[in-house]
Unconditional design. Sequence first.
Lengths: 372, 319
Amino acid sequence: MRIERRLHQPWWLVVVVPVVSIVVAFALTALVLLATGHAPLHSFRRLFDAGFFAEGALSESVISATPLAFTGLAAAVAFRMNLFNIGGEGQLYAGAITGATVGLLMAGAPSPLVIAGMIAAGAVGGAILAAIPGLLRAYFSTNEIITSLMLNYVVGLVLTYLIFDSHSYLRDTSGFEASVFPQGKILPDEATWSAWTVNGLVLPLGFLLAIGLAVCVWVLYTRTRFGFEVQVIGDSARAGRYAGMRTRRKIIAVMCLSGAVAGIGGASQDGDFRHQLDPRGLQAANYGYTGIVVAALARYNPFAVVLVAFLLGGLQNAGFTLQGADFPAGLVGVMQGLILFSALGGELFVRYRLRLDRGLRTATTPAPELAP
Amino acid sequence: MNNSLLVVVLASGVLYGTPLLYAALGELIAERSGVLNLGVEGMMLVGAVMGFWAVQRVHGGSAVALAAGIGVAALAGTVMAAIHAFLVITLRANQIVSGLALTIFAGAAGLSSYLGNDLDLAGSPARHQFQEIWPKSLQDLPVVGPVIFGQSILVYASWLLVALVALYLTRTRTGLNVRAVGESPAAADATGINVAAYRYVHTLAGGALAGIGGAAFSLSITPQWVDGLTGGAGWIAIALVIFSFWRPTLCLAGAYFFGAFTALPFALQSHGVTVAPELFQTLPYVATIVALVLVSSRAARLRFGAPGALGLPYVREEH
């Protein structure tokens, strides 16, 4: 048996391989459940009921999907240029900090203005944080994986500091309860992002914004000169440089764009769902790291990112809902990991094919006789 | 004297640096063979939970139980690394994505917490834990007492391991082959070295050491099991490998440097200096970034840089 590179990829593979990957992932999860004495079908049914089919479950899943769509897009934007920004986690925190600050500062202004201000602030906050690994990568060739990762921890600690260990502007210091249980100031009503209800499905502004951003990213990467140059540099930085492209500027621009998208995700957490700066909740959710999974599963296609975010968001929502004594903790993480492993393994069959060969036929053909 | 800030910080730097050292040495071996494994945090957590489980379940004396704990932790780490090795070596998957997937799969909201819950390990202290091995009189010596003699067998074993890994990579045929595989797999292949086998063995060895590093948390530093016990130590270990220019002896110094930063806020607090612990805890992360920038100059990279083929799959037909 041999593994050889496919010269062209049949169109159906792109659909069949992910579907088979997900089936394999479920089979593996079932094995894990069986091995530890749980009934797989029962667990799966509860998972899907809680994630998608129960009343109101779909709206809850959209809420879980929204931050993943943002962080997934952020990762996809950078990965398209072979920049591994795994700092989506910290960039989301940064956006949440700046978004909440602007939301509090602009209290009293007309609501659309406050919301626009929060979106802009979130984008700036995330972009500034992402610019650090971007600049270091562009000017010192420092590996952006480690630097963006380290900043996640730095911003996470700053986030905790702002609410738990200081008397910052963002902390609620009024009343007795606030002094015992530290928490962020509640944002004013004007800073609550709108939501629309369609057939009982609640669509928050953040989710629609993420879809809009997906369209923008797609246009940017397939229809503009900037996008073309980014892809060329991603494939071969040297070729890009020889063709006169400003490689350094592109690296910084793409990192900032990626960080801005994640930062808006942070602002959306403040405005759409939490209505205060919530360090515990944000850090427990691991939106940034899951976003990388989302981007990889979606093969860095912005529309697929939104779809995958919705599926994984459903799983995560089900995990939160079912958390308790009789539902195995950690199962959702195990499943996400297995889905990603299967998708990675399946990737081989998109790029390569297995051929069953009995020896090399060319080797047995007689050599042409030499001319006398 | 032994209660002075410097001695306390040095002693606890060694304590907190030890799990980092094990995990970083493991990652270093894997990276030297050309395999980047970002799943260290996940492997450590699974090692921590399984090592703790073994100590709770094995009947026998303290030494037997702890040896079983370390063995099981190493095995658990190896199994986790095997997933990554199969995906990136045999199936040629992207090493970065596969490593992250391993951390998500095994990490704080994944398999380690699933196992901890399923085996019902939370909330009870470890039945046995690693203790200081020297008599009290030696531990009371000024300075060297707490720093050198106040440690458990895990620390002394890690020193031996550093020496062994350093000798292995510079003085043995197999060790030199590992470096060839990491620098230029095509050249190594041409001389008859089995690239895939070398990469498998060293990725698995890296997993075993990460598992032991995790067990150092659950059996020595905080002898209990809680979700996400390692608190990001796996990520620091990855940074540490780069910080030490892929050299085992520098790894030792780096691990204690990082460990001391983790310990500093607590030590300062007990000396009446109150600083916000969060801001202090950011220092190791910032230090890593600074160190990375310092060694990423062109000249430094040529001399101290990453293995040439780090992160790249090797396919004979495509080279």
